[in-house]
Design a protein around this ligand. Structure first.
Ligand code: ADP
Ligand code: ASP
Ligand code: MG
Length: 240
């Protein structure tokens, strides 16, 4: 019984209908006798909305409070997803970054994961699908941090590394990594596989399909990433 990590991004969890499709993806892996850890982002444009709301309050928020606010979106998703899985008859339990804890440095807004205590996750995996909030962690002083926009990808890679997962899937709204953004370039071609270095170059040049820090971490820990579509059933791209 290996551990599988599945990450679903904002567009994949945007509404309840989509969350039910995500449940299908999770249940399919769970039924193969896998231990399943799920990482999710905030729903749709939630994080953007939080930033707009913050601007209504102040132009100069403290970095600490900015992260307290921005981390909220993912907490909504984890609870809803756990509730839906429960309703469908599956044991599932949600955790925020600080509950795990996912420990980070104190660079608010762009924090780096420095350690993950896997005890709670490993214990819960005996009886539960474990749902974890992406994009957030906690400093050694107990303050909430966020990992930078798009940072849920990094949470997923870090968890796969620390849990020594058998497989990491990053599910998104495109069916793999292309030579260019398939939403703006119809001539973009899909890669079957791509190296960490090439992917890193693309991420640094703005291909937001994978966050650059997540690719750096995947290379460091040698964690292959399979990028797949939440909505279309096909092979995806393996980053390795
Ligand atoms: P998620 O919400 O799942 O994290 P993102 O919006 O962060 O998804 O990333 C997926 C998006 O990345 C796609 O919708 C696509 O428009 C964009 N993208 C940019 N460059 C590429 C590329 N080279 N290959 C695939 N997708 C790309
Ligand atoms: N919700 C965060 C963002 O919008 C993190 C993520 O989606 O990966 O940037
Ligand atoms: Mg993303």
């Amino acid at each position: 019984m290996g551990i599988i990590v599945q990450k679903f991004g904002g567009s994949s969890v945007a509404d309840t209908e989509k969350l039910l499709i995500v449940c299908d993806r999770i249940i399919k892996e769970y039924k193969k006798n896998n231990k399943v850890v799920v990482v999710v982002s905030a729903q749709g444009k939630t994080t953007d909305r939080l930033i707009t709301e913050e601007k209504e309050v102040t132009d100069s928020p403290s970095a600490r409070e900015h992260d307290v606010l921005l981390s909220v979106g993912e907490q909504i998703t984890i609870s809803k997803l756990a509730m839906l899985l429960n309703k469908l008859g599956y044991n599932a339990i949600s955790y925020t970054g600080w509950q795990i804890p996912i420990k980070t440095d104190d660079i608010y807004g762009n924090a780096n994961i420095v350690d993950i205590n896997t005890d709670k996750i490993l214990k819960q995996l005996d009886n539960n699908i474990v749902i974890i909030a992406g994009f957030q962690g906690i400093t050694k002083n107990g303050d909430i941090t966020t990992l930078g926009r798009g940072g849920s990808d990094t949470t997923a890679v870090a968890l796969a590394a620390y849990l020594k997962a058998e497989k990491l899937y990053i599910y998104t709204d495109v069916d793999g990594v292309y030579s260019d953004d398939p939403h703006t370039n119809i001539n973009a071609v899909k890669y079957e596989t791509i190296s960490y270095d090439k992917m890193l170059e693309m991420s640094k040049n703005g291909a937001k399909v994978l966050h650059s820090k997540c690719v750096e971490m995947a290379k460091k820990y040698n964690v292959p990433i399979t990028v797949k579509s939440t909505f279309v059933e096909n092979e995806g791209t393996v980053v390795k």
